[in-house]
Ligand binder design. Structure first.
Ligand SMILES: NC(=O)c1ccc[n+]([C@@H]2O[C@H](COP(=O)([O-])OP(=O)(O)OC[C@H]3O[C@@H](n4cnc5c(N)ncnc54)[C@H](O)[C@@H]3O)[C@@H](O)[C@H]2O)c1
Ligand SMILES: [Zn+2]
Length: 366
């Protein structure tokens, strides 16, 4: 149970993680809800089938009209079709610049809703009610996006929410794969910020089956890391890039697996092992740390199968497409040591060598 504030130049908002967070609609957020003319809950259809009534019950006393737009579950909602469908839905229902959106689902629904909010009538307000562990990363910081057939998150904008309300009870229905996905982003936050914390997570035997009491303060800690970075660099000109640790290769794995074979975090876990390998020759990251991380990830049910099933060339072509590859160069977030990230341009030869090493060190898992 907890709360923290994100303070960005033009927008400050609170992030709450508690079992009764939706009750805040009747207290802390009551004045805001009075000031809007209409509310649309944009809900992941799977999450809606499980939990929508919890959210609706806590909004019962709100006076304005509330409509619900369900969108396809997970990543399949981040399409141009679903996006325009949402815009039409808002227009047909008479939404205005004084209306409010509530995102109800995992990171995908949050990214879509944020982008709809960013662009509808040049920008309206929205609140995140995230339902996945991974969303401790995606719901904070204001990055919104949809996918294009050519690549993930290729169209989007920066648009901060006005509040983030996690109801930790809803995590109880997350499948193991989605728990692993969110936990990968948690250890990413640890890797880029804190040696002791990272080691503690790596020696936690219930890392991928966390108890909810243990999890909430850990997620707040992850959000704290992200919030601090976003406060310093909202538009990803400098330190915000560190949050992409594990993502350059992770996104390539995700694209090769067709946006859906593995979860986002599972792909990022492979990407972090790859980045640790690349870091070995440039600082204090040792092969024993990389091996420890690989063993830890395997013990927690993560897989390296994709790198044994596809060639380096396949991943390389996707890496060159990554948004972070500017002027044709592929930049990686590496670690000098745990807690000290930096950016380095990596040559094709180095990338290929590290790929082969990762295959060797994860051999037998295909
Ligand atoms: N904007 C950002 O800064 C940022 C950061 C990281 C990731 N992302 C994006 O977040 C997305 C991944 O988010 P995600 O991992 O939450 O996945 P997701 O939103 O795709 O959800 C994964 C699956 O879990 C289900 N689900 C969600 N909550 C549930 C619950 N409480 N119970 C049962 N099932 C539930 C969904 O229906 C879906 O099938 C990706 O699109 C990624 O690009 C964005
Ligand atoms: Zn991520």
């Amino acid at each position: 149970m907890g709360k923290l504030s994100v303070n960005i130049a033009d927008s400050s908002y609170d992030v709450h993680i508690r079992s009764d967070s939706y009750e805040l609609f009747k207290t802390d957020y009551a004045k805001l809800l009075k000031s809007v003319d209409k509310i649309a809950i944009i809900a992941d259809e799977h999450v809606a089938s499980l939990h929508l009534s919890v959210l609706q019950n806590s909004l019962q006393s709100v006076e304005c009209e509330i409509v619900v737009k369900t969108v396809p579950a997970g990543e399949s909602c981040k399409t141009t079709n679903v996006y325009t469908d949402c815009l039409s839905f808002l227009l047909e229902n008479g939404f205005t610049r004084d209306s409010l959106l509530i995102a109800f689902g995992g990171g995908a629904c949050g990214d879509l809703t944020g982008f709809v909010a960013a662009t509808f009538m040049r920008g309206i307000r929205y609140i995140h009610c995230p339902t996945s562990i991974l969303a401790h990363d995606s719901a904070v910081g204001g990055k919104t996006a949809i996918n294009m057939p050519e690549g993930k998150n290729m169209v989007g904008s920066f648009h901060q929410p006005i509040g983030v309300l996690f109801n930790e009870n809803l995590f109880s229905t997350l499948p193991p794969r989605e728990i692993r996905s969110g936990m990968a982003e948690l250890i990413k936050h640890a890797f880029i910020s804190d040696q002791k914390w990272t080691k503690a997570l790596m020696s936690n035997t219930t890392f991928s089956k966390p108890s909810m009491e243990w999890l909430a303060p850990e997620l707040l800690r992850g959000i704290q890391v992200k919030a601090k970075i976003v406060e310093a660099d909202e538009y990803e000109k400098s330190v915000r890039k560190f949050l992409n640790f594990g993502h350059t290769f992770g996104h390539a794995v995700e694209a090769v697996c067709g946006f859906g074979g593995l979860s986002h975090g599972e792909c990022v876990m492979i990407g972090m092992a790859y980045s640790l390998l690349l870091s070995e020759s440039n600082g204090e990251v040792t092969s024993s740390l990389t091996n420890e991380f690989i063993q830890f990830s395997l013990a927690n049910g993560y897989t390296y199968t994709p790198i044994h099933e596809h060639s380096f060339e396949t991943f390389y072509s996707y890496m060159t497409l990554d948004k972070k590859a500017s002027f044709g160069k592929i930049n990686f977030v590496l670690l000098q040591e745990i807690g000290i990230p930096y950016i380095k341009e990596i040559s094709r030869e180095q990338l290929e060598k590290a790929f082969e090493q990762l295959q060797n060190r994860t051999g037998g898992t295909a």
